[in-house]
Write a protein that binds this ligand. Structure first.
Ligand code: HPA
Length: 277
């Protein structure tokens, strides 16, 4: 078995060969329901994850499994439509494989998007929220194990895990397309069950505004690599106990579909800014 670094290098070479681009400047990961953004891309080069050596292929409904390479002027952006999750049983090395490939392909900035439950009282389904910080409530970390110094340091700093400059660019993109700007703290719960109302009261007391089942391991792996991270959550439902109705995956995907136009508008504005920084 080759080590993670060798597998990453093989995948990075395959991405360069298939896209004809040996360097990408920024990347975005499209979360649950947000993969619809990929449908709006014109002139994108599409590569199924299954064609990239060692790349984990999503199995969950609503998660596509395709890498796109898109040009914005002189810059190139990788769009990763679909991700794999720890709750599916994947090792965290697989969960973060795609964003590590993006980093080793040259991306200096990666935007992570997700569907999330709204915990803060002023959030409503359909809201887009820029992540300001996170709570790792899954108590798992992709950097557990021997450290590979070629990827990053043993003890990476997470003070500004969600890059202030990326957040400022996010604000300008939101405002330019008329989407109210808001920031919030994202709490990672392992899933796959949704939370109990008591767990959501706990998250609220700990300072969490949003709750979801992804993003945090990717953010950690990217900071390890020295990559600037941005995060956008789409609030697809009010969290358990706040919502008057039981939670369902259908509600998540339906809200994502309704928010589609605003997501496309924000990403179309933001991705060129991220690629240029
Ligand atoms: N909890 C956890 N993950 C989620 C939720 C939620 O309420 N909504 C979308 N993803």
């Amino acid at each position: 078995m080759t080590d993670v670094y060798d597998r990453l290098r093989t995948a990075v070479e395959a991405v360069a060969a298939r896209t004809g681009r040996d360097r990408h400047d920024a990347a975005v990961v499209l979360g649950s329901g947000l993969s619809t953004y990929a449908a709006s891309l014109t002139d994108a080069i599409a590569v199924p994850y299954a064609d990239i050596p060692h790349f984990p292929v999503p199995r969950v409904e609503g998660h596509a499994g395709t890498l796109y390479s898109v040009r914005f002027g002189e810059r190139a952006v990788l769009v990763l439509a679909g991700r794999v999750h720890a709750y599916e049983g994947w090792d965290l090395a697989d969960v973060v494989f795609g964003v590590r490939v993006a980093a080793l392909a040259g991306c200096r900035t990666v935007l992570l998007t997700n569907a999330a439950g709204g915990v803060a009282a002023d959030l409503a389904p359909g809201d887009l929220v820029m992540i300001s910080d996170h709570l790792n409530l899954a108590a798992r970390n992709p950097l557990v194990g021997p450290n590979d110094d070629r990827l990053g340091p043993r003890f990476p700093d997470l003070t500004d895990a969600y890059d202030p400059e990326v957040r400022a660019l996010g604000r300008s993109a939101f405002e330019a397309v008329g989407v109210p700007y808001r920031e919030g703290v994202y709490a990672w719960m392992l899933g796959p069950s949704f939370e109990t109302p008591a767990e959501i009261r706990m998250v609220a007391r700990l300072g969490g505004d949003l709750v979801g089942m992804s993003t945090v391991p990717e953010a950690i792996a990217l900071r390890h690599l020295g990559v600037a991270v941005g995060g956008i959550s789409l609030v697809t439902n009010l969290a358990a106990g706040i919502s008057p109705t039981p939670l369902s995956h259908e509600e998540v995907t339906e809200t994502a579909d309704r928010a589609r136009d605003r997501i496309v508008a924000v990403l179309d504005r933001l991705l060129p800014l991220l690629a240029a920084r």
